[in-house]
Design a protein around this ligand. Structure first.
Ligand code: ADP
Ligand code: MG
Length: 702
């Protein structure tokens, strides 16, 4: 555990620099909150004009305090911050929370950088600036200007928005989602999400890390720390409209949007993504209180058929479709319900079920090895008492002898239900007021388990690649002053990463084209080679299925005419002559350099699927072949690859190999490749491989 971060989050003493005697001022509020919320360690208000504040002795300068100080909370105006940070450094303070605003968020990056470099000179770390402060129930510490600590619990919130943190602090009580810590990180000038994930992973009071994110500064570090983290992380990402789409020099560029890349990065790093604020609270509740779900067998126990159906629908929607329980489970459950009940799944113990039904049914089901996760639903009835049902559910789980699998509960009813739900949550059972939410909570726990299984894998690194050769080709193109590779060069780069490109050579003259066509063998394809014509078929500059020398002569003439018609002053290097690959299913593979996460792979089916439906999926590079197989299932048109309408399945394994190698290529060459695509890649029947027939690489600016 980082001792400096620990000094800010669990300080043994705090100075408040800018403490005030004016109750309207933040510098007063922080001292007041520390006092009122019961902070037990010494507090030193720093203010040259006051003797004492709220009973704490005041000092004119932090350097005048004759005791050791762990953390300083800074509230002085921005222009004084560098000076007081230096004072704190001189004093030997370990870490700082800078509440003051007026830095990079208003454009003053220089002032922010200055403050960070002064802090680092003294080995101090900073949370902020532009924050609300830090709150911790386990330390009775409210070092912030929001008035009270959150409802006590096991989650930790790290929020980039201060206003939202204040609102959530209050909302924890009405939503009954408990937090041990709430940390406002503001501008992340120094400590960022990655640092706090690393810290909270080792914090004994945290079981679930909840993030409100507007922007991540260093995507690779975020992913690395999230991957290392053994606790569940849930992130709500705000600002999901596209910003990262590079200029549309290739199809990939226009399709990439940072929202999709964030989504991919979260999933690859094992971070659950919340849909919205409600979902963030609901999922936090489940992840903080319950273990992950190790298998797909979800059992639902209900006293109402209707809510059972709603829960069943939700199970399918959230990726945990119900299966019938094994016969032996059904037989046992039948003993605890009226004859008109149903023991299949959902298990309907009926409205006639009382305490005994819930107690025995839940106890047996929870303990049975077939059950991986249990949802218990209850509709208020006139013959049952919700509090007694709640206790029966809790006791049955406690007494079942089983542990390590999740349970989630839903109560539907009135005020008596409200009270019973509160009781269940206080006993660590996530309880919701709708059946779908209980099921969704379990689905989140299942997803966490699945993500954790892959997110810890070492990054993919193939051995059958020749990066040096690829760099030579790129260097040669750069030497000619080009910022994009022509198709022949791009294919050679692809080939260096063992991608199955169709053999392609550059012909400078018509005669050379004929010679090459004979070498390669008919039929061939010919395309213009020009740095000015990136979308070749748009210019009528691709001719396929050329079967003879005459065809080649004719194609040369037509392609040349069309190209000059398209762009009269186009620089023309010649024509690419290449093997004609038989037609089959076309897919597109491409890449962008995302501003946050770096080289990112894109995949979709070719043609209208990409251009009209935007049916594409992203992964942060590199990815292994397993992830590449999953990627193929993520597109809506994935059925086409799996073999729709009686067609034979496509060679998904060979495609996975291409995706993995491609991802490694863009990762390995991230300083050289700004954007690229292989459009199309032709995917043949299972066992027959794939062919990359077009290649485009846009180079990074240097
Ligand atoms: P561009 O994308 O610049 O318009 P392509 O090289 O992708 O040009 O060629 C256009 C189309 O021609 C491709 O989508 C593909 O259907 C077909 N094609 C190109 N090269 C080959 C080849 N070697 N074998 C078979 N078909 C090809
Ligand atoms: Mg193409």
């Amino acid at each position: 555990m980082d001792p400096i971060i620990n000094a800010v989050l669990k300080p043994k003493s705090i100075a408040v620099i800018g403490a005030s005697t004016n109750p309207e001022k933040i510098g007063y509020k922080v001292v007041e909150n520390l006092k009122n919320c019961g902070y037990q360690n010494p507090v030193y208000p720093i203010n040259p004009g006051a003797e004492e504040i709220l009973g704490y002795k005041c000092y004119p300068n932090i350097k005048d305090v004759p005791y050791v100080i762990d953390a300083a909370v800074i509230t002085v105006p921005a222009k004084f911050v560098p000076e007081v940070v230096r004072d704190a450094g001189e004093k030997g303070v370990k870490g700082l929370s800078i509440i003051t605003s007026g830095f990079s968020e208003v454009g003053d990056v220089a002032l922010e950088n200055e403050v960070v470099s002064i802090a680092h000179e003294y080995g101090m770390r900073i949370i902020g600036p532009n924050i609300i402060g830090v709150l911790s129930n386990s330390d009775n510490m409210n070092a912030s200007f929001t008035n009270f600590l959150p409802l006590d619990g096991k989650a930790a919130l790290v929020s980039q928005s201060g206003a939202l943190l204040i609102a959530m602090d209050a909302a924890t009580y009405t939503r009954r989602v408990g937090f041990d810590k709430m940390i406002s990180i503001g501008n992340q000038a120094d400590l960022d999400f990655a640092d706090l994930i690393a810290y909270l992973n080792e914090d004994e009071n945290t079981t679930c890390i909840t993030l409100y994110i507007e922007g991540i500064k260093n995507g690779a570090r975020f992913m690395e720390e999230a991957r290392k983290c053994t606790k569940p992380i849930i992130a709500l990402k705000a600002g999901t409209s596209a910003h990262g789409a590079a200029a549309a020099a290739s199809h990939t560029g226009s399709l990439a949007g940072s929202a999709k890349v964030y989504e991919a990065a979260f999933q690859q790093a094992g971070v659950s993504q919340a849909e919205d604020l409600n979902d963030m609270f609901d999922t936090t509740l489940a992840l903080a209180l319950q273990p992950t779900m190790k298998g797909d067998n979800l059992l639902i126990v209900t006293n109402g058929g209707g809510v059972g159906v709603l829960a069943t629908d939700a199970a399918e929607k959230y990726g945990l479709p119900l299966k019938f329980a094994p016969e032996e489970v059904q037989a046992e459950l039948r003993k605890h319900m009226p004859s008109f009940g149903s023991a299949k799944n959902p298990v309907d113990i009926t409205g006639g079920a009382g305490l005994e039904g819930y107690y025995e049914g839940v106890k047996y089901a929870y303990a049975h090895p077939w059950v991986d996760g249990l949802a218990v639903l209850y509709c208020e009835t006139s013959v049952t008492n919700p509090q007694e049902i709640a206790e029966a559910i809790y006791n049955s789980i406690q007494e079942s002898g089983a542990t390590g699998k999740p349970v989630a509960v839903s109560f539907i009813g009135g005020e008596r239900c409200e009270a019973a739900m509160k009781w269940l949550i206080e006993h660590d059972i996530p309880t919701y007021n709708a059946p779908d939410l209980a099921v969704k909570a379990l689905a989140s726990l299942r997803k966490q388990n699945e993500m954790l299984a892959t997110s810890h894998n070492a990054p993919y690194k193939p051995t059958d690649v020749d990066g040096a050769k690829a760099r030579e080709i790129i260097a040669a193109a750069r030497a000619k002053g080009r910022d994009a590779l022509i198709e022949v060069e791009a294919k050679h780069v692809f080939a260096a990463y063992n991608l199955p490109v169709t053999p392609t050579e550059l012909a400078k003259t018509e005669e050379e084209a004929i010679q090459l066509a004979n070498q390669i063998g008919y039929p061939v394809v010919m395309k213009i080679v020009s740095p000015d014509i990136l979308h070749k078929s748009d210019a009528g500059a691709v001719k396929v299925n050329l079967k003879s020398d005459d065809d080649v002569r004719n194609a040369w003439k037509v392609i040349m005419e069309n190209s000059l018609k398209y762009k009269a002053d186009a620089e023309i290097d010649g024509m690419a002559v290449q093997q004609m690959a038989p037609w089959s299913t076309e897919v597109i593979v491409g890449s962008v350099n995302d501003s946050t996460f770096g080289p990112t792979l894109m995949f979709g089916l070719g043609g209208i699927f990409v251009e009209v439906m935007k049916d594409v999926t992203f992964k942060v590079a590199p990815i292994d072949e397993n992830t590449a197989l999953n990627m193929q299932s993520e597109i809506k048109a994935s059925k086409i690859l799996k073999g729709a309408r009686g067609e034979t399945p496509r060679d998904q394994k060979a495609l996975a190999n291409v995706l993995a190698h491609y991802s490694y290529m863009i990762y390995d060459l991230k300083d050289e490749i700004a954007e690229s695509d292989a459009n199309p890649v032709i995917v043949y029947e299972d066992g027959k491989g794939v062919a990359v027939v077009d290649a485009r690489i846009i180079l990074t600016k240097k």
